[in-house]
Write a protein that binds this ligand. Structure first.
Ligand code: X8Z
Ligand code: ZN
Length: 607
């Protein structure tokens, strides 16, 4: 009924107000022009200030020198300048003024104006002291995390050393020492985290968000409830498989370490990863030993090989400055500085200055991670084009940014791909079920950690104001509930095991990005395998396929000017769904059920 009236009214309008219409069009044009000139000047200034701030931050992460605060001071200053601009009352008012009549503006302008308000909410000029304190606390937390001197038996070790022990060592007392050494850093980060939680919440409350978790989730156009529902749904869908993997792993690890009594919860020090997020090294697949092939290469080969793969599918070579300015390898043993030990990719000037910070060693972990980081780098390069305004040089959403490089990392570890590169002998007969199992111990095992332990901890931290005397208790409750793992001994509140995870400190309230990125990765991979390569998703070879490259570049090129839901539907034919991931691993269910026959399951059956 309403629709009818509307149609009638607009018909009358059309016939009788021809003149007004063109005046309206002129007024709209003027309004759009004035929005555009505001956006142009914002984009320019934003790019300038971000570049300065990124340069300072880069130094703060690549040269951490005890007792030298010059980088810290420069970083804080640059970030304050940038915050003053992005959070200024003038910018907030301007963006709101234009958005009040957003129907008159094209989508591209509306998206940029929303991005301005989103940026502002993290730095509102109305509460300058809070913003300043938060910036200072963030820089300090990062220094404390990455300036930390990890020690085993009094000897300094790197996180690569610790990871190496956790991957290979079968001597349990050595494993325990390495695990415990890796958690020491958390103690000194606890007060900082409590302080940061308060400051992060207060900052975004200035512009009306309930808490920092809600703020970060809103970047997806979702509420906290919608996000946590979606995470729980994905976790539940993968749970039956996880439960089989958990049962299998308890018994296999016990065998490996010569333990007779199989514990109900897997002791954290048994697992080949500091947080139990990836158990892949439990399984060696005969005939496919990537690690032994990579031992014959050097670290530089690993990153160069990543580039060769991207170039083979039609992406450009990396800019010369990438190789000159990146910091890709571990600091020398005698270095007088420390560096951020977690892999990252940087878009320094929202244009061609792209860099990666890694500590690459020639092993399969870093092989995968290098492909992941180069995925971010190629994403940056793809959307750094005149069609995409600076403000929208972001992923379609944050999960897309994480997904595409991880997709390439996964593709680079499939058998036909590795055969093609002579990383494994051609035509070797291998056990496909073992390969699938190894992959599940990486990709499936990650889901309860990312949707559960990490995301629920951060939810409680920010949205529920988790009391400081319950951080460790809550962390291990969640680890037990979602991952079925337990600490070696009671971990009191003097520890802060959550804070040993990089993202809790410096990529806050966003870990579900990775959970969603894995779901998305399998969805995109399924499409590429079946519709472009016409290959079995379990055994593909993307190498050299330009059509695959075009498909990926088409997703990357519009950046955040694309609508992430629409894009997914257009590119893969469906909404975000775990179906492809479930299909991929489906053959494992029967295998694991057989392997687990007669074993005690200790994670509850799904109701
Ligand atoms: O943090 C990362 C990337 C950052 S660009 C290396 N990842 C998550 C993690 O290490 O916890 C990649 C997958 C999961
Ligand atoms: Zn990443």
């Amino acid at each position: 009924m309403k629709k009818y009236v509307f149609l009638f009214a607009s018909a009358v309008f059309m016939y009788s107000c021809g003149e007004n219409k063109s005046t309206d069009a002129n007024a709209n044009k003027a309004f759009q022009d004035s929005a555009q000139s505001y956006l142009d000047s914002y984009n320019k200034k934003y790019q300038e200030l971000s570049t300065i701030s990124n340069e300072a931050d880069w130094l703060s992460n690549t040269r951490i020198i005890e007792g030298d605060s010059s980088n810290t001071i420069a970083t804080n200053k640059a970030q304050e300048e940038s915050a003053k601009f992005t959070g200024s009352t003038e910018n907030i008012e301007q963006a709101k003024k234009f958005l009040a009549q957003k129907d008159k503006l094209p989508e591209l302008q509306v998206k940029q104006l929303n991005a301005i308000l989103y940026n502002a909410a993290n730095n509102p000029a109305t509460i300058p002291d809070v913003v300043k304190a938060r910036i200072k606390a963030e820089t300090k937390q990062n220094q404390d995390l990455f300036g930390f001197d990890f020690r085993i038996d009094g000897k300094s070790v790197s996180t690569n050393d610790i990871d190496g022990i956790l991957a290979d060592e079968t001597n349990m007392s050595k494993r325990l020492k390495a695990w415990e050494a890796s958690k020491e850093v958390g103690k000194g980060l606890k007060n900082g985290l409590v302080n940061l939680r308060d400051l992060r919440n207060k900052t975004v409350q200035g512009l009306g968000y309930k808490d920092f978790f809600e703020y970060q989730v809103s970047d997806y156009g979702m509420t906290t409830q919608e996000m946590t529902d979606m995470l729980q749904k994905f976790n539940k869908e993968l749970y039956p498989l996880y439960r089989e993997l958990h049962t299998y792993a308890r018994y296999e690890f016990a065998k490996k370490y010569g333990v007779k009594e199989v514990p109900d919860l897997i002791p954290a020090q048994w697992l080949p990863n500091r947080w139990g997020q990836d158990w892949a090294s439990l399984v060696d697949v005969k005939g496919i030993n990537l690690d032994s092939a990579l031992k014959t290469k050097d670290a530089e080969w690993i990153v160069k090989q990543g580039e060769r793969f991207y170039v083979s599918i039609g992406m450009p070579e990396l800019p010369k400055t990438f190789w000159e300015k990146s910091d890709l390898y571990p600091a020398p043993k005698d270095a007088k500085y420390k560096k951020n030990n977690h892999a990252s990719a940087w878009h320094m000037n929202y244009d061609q200055d792209v860099r990666s910070l890694m500590s690459v060693e020639p092993n399969s972990e870093w092989y995968e991670t290098s492909h992941h980081e180069l995925g971010h780098i190629y994403y940056y390069l793809c959307y750094s084009n005149p069609e995409v305004p600076i403000l929208l040089r972001q992923g379609a959403n944050r999960a897309y940014h994480e997904a595409l490089g991880s997709l390439m990392g996964m593709a680079a570890m499939q058998k036909p791909f590795m055969e093609n590169l002579n990383l494994i002998p051609k035509g070797a007969k291998t056990d496909e079920m073992q390969t699938l199992l190894k992959e599940a111990l990486n990709y499936v095992v990650f889901i309860p950690f990312s949707t559960g332990t990490m995301s629920m901890f951060e939810h409680d931290l920010y949205a529920e104001n988790l009391p400081a005397d319950q951080f460790n208790k809550r962390w291990w409750e969640l680890a037990a509930q979602y991952q079925g793992i337990a600490p070696p001994t009671t971990r009191g509140e003097e520890y802060c095991d959550a804070a040993t995870k990089t993202h809790i400190n410096n990529d806050p309230g966003q870990y579900y990005d990775y959970a969603l990125s894995y779901i998305l990765l399998f969805q995109v991979h399924d499409h590429i395998s079946k519709n472009i390569l016409h290959q079995d998703p379990h055994a593909t070879n993307y190498y050299g396929n330009k059509e695959v490259g075009k498909f990926i570049a088409d997703i990357m090129t519009p950046g955040a000017s694309a609508d992430w839901r629409k894009m997914l539907k257009e590119k893969t034919g469906s909404d975000l769904s775990a179906k492809a991931m479930l299909d991929y691993f489906a053959p494992l269910m029967d295998y694991l059920k057989k392997e687990n026959q007669g074993r005690k399951y200790t994670m509850p059956e799904l109701k």
